[in-house]
Design a binder for this molecule. Structure first.
Ligand SMILES: NC(=O)c1ccc[n+]([C@@H]2O[C@H](COP(=O)([O-])OP(=O)(O)OC[C@H]3O[C@@H](n4cnc5c(N)ncnc54)[C@H](O)[C@@H]3O)[C@@H](O)[C@H]2O)c1
Length: 366
């Protein structure tokens, strides 16, 4: 199969779909690889790295799109990329179609085969191609939170670890999923006092078993969230209700009793956010202030660390991409149930129930 990768054109997005080591794997399996010139530079991969791995460098994105059977990306195609769609072209990337009617229409009209990372789901219900980005965002949330507690960044001036004779910062984490657990690891590593809340008692029990008295676990209800937020220097939200908007669990009324300059990192912002005032921000201006509380609401946090994120993403996406390349999409989805769930558009039909429901269109399950 001819497989291509282009530079991402979304604002401040520096990740890309293929690493040189993934390219090498595809090439070793007999596939031809094409990379847009300079596509990997922001992730620390040069054109020479890709050539050494066996890819051919093409000068423009158009040449890559036109030349290949499958495009491997990170972000959903933007409007200026719709011109490259054609029947039978496989687009393997994050698509988030339920939130983008225009893109859904363009993909259906042009009869491209859209395989979405975020809807690949394994038998035990995990989302293998979303997990690595949640790990990155969870770990980064503590680093960003600690930085924005610093006075020059608008914070209260608290050092997350404290020092000898001075209290450690209180960190409250709402949601003990992948984001929450990774935030917990980092916050404990930095020496903070951590409280973590969830409605899933199994997850809280697991954390209690693992960390013992180094962490406080609390059942998540309004009373406990309010108390934990009011004593927190840093609040991190990694709440998710699958297929729904994030619940607004962190109320503006709580801010009155929080220390001025405390920070909320709302990782769940990509699902609408967990505070009543959250709005998406970008890396170039990541925070805003409401009632003296610093809100960090970057919707693509992993984009800040593109090298780590690109490699982490490839660790999960290569397996399914390789199945598509080796067997062709039609055969690959017969072999792999998780991959079948990943197909969102197929020869002009919507094949993802969530997307069909979002736009009230027919769903043809594969
Ligand atoms: N901003 C970014 O760059 C970025 C990056 C990666 C992930 N995310 C987002 O972060 C969120 C979390 O992702 P994840 O992979 O950790 O999900 P996950 O499913 O692993 O974890 C979500 C957790 O929220 C818990 N939860 C649900 N309702 C709750 C409530 N009322 N109170 C407390 N906890 C509750 C669930 O029990 C679960 O443990 C998602 O919205 C995801 O899209 C954002």
């Amino acid at each position: 199969m001819k497989i291509g990768c282009v530079k991402e054109i979304k604002k401040l997005e520096s990740r890309l779909g293929l690493t040189p080591s993934s390219v090498k794997e595809y090439v070793n399996h007999g596939h031809e690889l094409f990379i847009e010139k300079g596509a990997g530079v922001n992730s620390g991969f040069s054109d020479a790295d890709y050539e050494e791995a066996g890819a051919k460098i093409l000068k423009t994105a158009k040449e890559v799109w036109d030349h290949v059977d499958m495009i491997v990306k990170v972000k959903e195609p933007l409007e200026s990329e719709y011109q490259y769609f054609r029947p039978g072209l496989i687009i393997y990337t994050y698509l988030h179609l339920a939130a983008d009617e225009k893109l859904t229409e363009a993909m259906l009209d042009s009869k491209v085969l859209g395989v979405a990372y975020e809807t690949i789901v394994t038998e035990d219900g995990t989302l293998p191609c979303l997990k690595p980005m949640s790990e990155v965002a969870g770990r980064l949330s503590v680093i960003e939170g600690a930085k924005h507690l610093e006075k020059p960044f608008g914070g209260s001036g608290v050092l997350i670890s404290g020092v000898t004779g001075v209290e450690r910062a209180n960190v409250t984490i709402v949601g003990a999923g992948v984001v929450g657990e990774n935030a917990l690891k980092m916050a404990i590593g930095l020496g903070a006092n951590v409280t973590i809340l969830d409605i899933d008692m199994k997850k809280l029990t697991y954390i209690d078993d693992l960390y013992g008295n180094r962490v406080t676990t609390l059942y998540s209800n309004n009373h406990n969230i309010q108390e934990a937020c009011e004593r927190a220097d840093l609040v991190i939200s990694g709440v998710l209700l699958p297929g729904a908007k994030a619940p607004k669990l962190i109320k503006r009324a709580f801010y009155e009793n929080m220390r001025e300059g405390s920070v909320i990192v709302d990782v769940a912002i990509d699902q609408g956010g967990s505070t009543e005032v959250s709005k998406a921000t970008y890396h170039d201006e990541p925070t805003f202030d409401v009632d003296g509380i610093v809100h960090y609401c970057v919707a693509n946090m992993p984009g800040a660390v593109p090298r780590t994120s690109t490699i982490a993403l490839n660790n999960s996406t290569l397996k399914y991409g390789m199945m598509i390349a080796n067997y062709g999409l039609e055969e690959a989805i017969k072999i792999s149930e998780p991959l079948r769930h990943g197909v969102n558009t197929y020869h002009g039909y919507c094949t993802c129930p969530g997307v069909a429901e979002a736009f009230d269109i027919e769903c043809k399950t594969l």
